[in-house]
Design a binder for this molecule. Structure first.
Ligand SMILES: C[S@@+](CC[C@H](N)C(=O)[O-])C[C@H]1O[C@@H](n2cnc3c(N)ncnc32)[C@H](O)[C@@H]1O
Length: 268
C-alpha cells in the first residue's frame, strides 16, 4: 500500500517536471536508455584498504558511474587537484554538488579548506568540517574575500579555483579578473563547460543535452590568454606562463596550471 501510494505521488511530480523541462526530460530518458543498453559501469567494491587516497578515489569512481553533465571529469578533477596538495580550494558553482563531492575529499585528504560559493542555497551539500558554503554572487563575494578569509584565520591564497557557474562570457571574464588575483604563485584554475554544446557526448558515447552559451567560458579564457583555443579537440599547450590542458568531451574541462612559478624557481 505504502509503495503504491509513493508511486502515485511520484508519477505526477515527474510528469510536471518533464513538462516544465522538456529538453532535460528527453536527455534524462535517453541517458537511462543508454545506461540500460550499456549496463551501467559498476566497479567492484574496493578490497579492504587502509589507504585513504585509494578509498576516496574509489568513492569518486563510483560517483562518476552516474552519467551527468560533469561525470567524465570527476576523476580528473580529483587527480589534478590532489597533485597540488591544496591548502585552500575555492569552488564557484555548487548546484547538487558533483564537483563538491570531489573537492571536499581532496580538502580532507590534504587538511585543507574548501570555500564553495553559489547564488542559490546549497548549504547542505558538504559535510566536511573545514568546508564553508557562502550564498552570494561570486563577483560580489570576490570583493569581500580577503576580509572574509582574515576574519576566519585563513590566508587568502587560492591553490585551486574551480569555476562552474553561469557560463556566460561577460560573467566569466569578470570571474577571471576578480578571482585570479587571489591565486597562489603555484596554482590551478579549472573551468567546466568550456565546450558547451547540445547534444554533448561522454567518453563512452552516451549523450546529454545542454544549451548554447556562444562559447562564453572558452571565449573568456581566450581573452585572458590572448589566443584562440580549439575547444572541440583535446590539447595540451603552454600559453603565457600557463600549462593549459583541455578535455573536449562532456561539455569540456580546461585546466590552467601556473607553471611560470616553476620556471622562476628553476632559474633562481
Ligand atoms: C552548472 S551548476 C554547478 C554545477 C556543480 N559545479 C556540480 O558539479 O554539480 C551552476 C551553478 O552556478 C550558480 N551560479 C550561477 N551564477 C552565479 C553567480 N553569479 N554567482 C554564484 N553562483 C552562480 C547556479 O546557481 C548553479 O547552482
Amino acid at each position: 500500500m505504502h509503495v503504491l501510494r509513493t508511486m502515485k505521488q511520484r508519477i505526477p511530480l515527474q510528469l510536471k517536471w518533464g513538462l516544465r523541462h522538456p529538453r532535460e526530460a528527453v536527455a534524462h530518458l535517453l541517458d537511462r536508455l543508454a545506461r540500460r543498453l550499456r549496463r551501467e559501469r559498476t566497479h567492484p567494491p574496493l578490497a579492504a584498504t587502509s589507504d585513504p587516497v585509494a578509498s576516496e578515489w574509489h568513492a569518486i569512481v563510483q560517483r562518476a558511474a552516474r552519467a551527468t553533465d560533469i561525470s567524465d571529469h570527476l576523476v580528473t578533477l580529483f587527480s589534478e587537484t590532489l597533485a597540488l596538495e591544496p591548502k585552500l580550494i575555492v569552488e564557484l558553482g555548487v548546484r547538487g554538488g558533483e564537483s563538491t563531492f570531489v573537492l571536499e575529499r581532496v580538502a580532507r585528504l590534504c587538511g585543507g579548506t574548501l570555500v564553495s560559493v553559489d547564488i542559490c542555497d546549497c548549504a547542505d551539500v558538504s559535510r566536511y568540517e573545514r568546508a564553508f558554503f557562502v550564498q552570494a554572487d561570486d563577483i560580489a563575494f570576490a570583493g569581500e574575500f580577503g576580509e572574509w578569509c582574515r576574519a576566519r584565520g585563513i590566508q587568502p591564497k587560492v591553490d585551486v579555483l574551480f569555476v562552474d557557474t553561469s557560463h556566460e562570457l561577460d560573467h566569466s571574464v569578470e570571474e577571471i579578473s576578480c578571482w585570479f588575483p587571489f591565486l597562489a604563485p603555484r596554482a590551478k584554475a579549472i573551468f567546466h563547460d568550456t565546450n558547451l554544446s547540445s547534444p554533448y557526448f561522454r567518453k563512452d558515447g552516451s549523450m546529454g543535452f545542454a544549451w548554447n552559451n556562444a562559447r562564453g567560458v572558452v571565449g573568456a579564457l581566450e581573452r585572458y590568454l590572448g589566443t584562440r583555443l580549439d575547444e572541440k579537440t583535446d590539447f595540451v599547450e603552454v600559453i603565457a606562463g600557463w600549462l593549459v590542458k583541455h578535455h573536449a568531451h562532456c561539455n569540456g574541462l580546461t585546466i590552467l596550471d601556473r607553471i611560470s612559478a616553476l620556471t622562476r624557481s628553476a632559474i633562481h
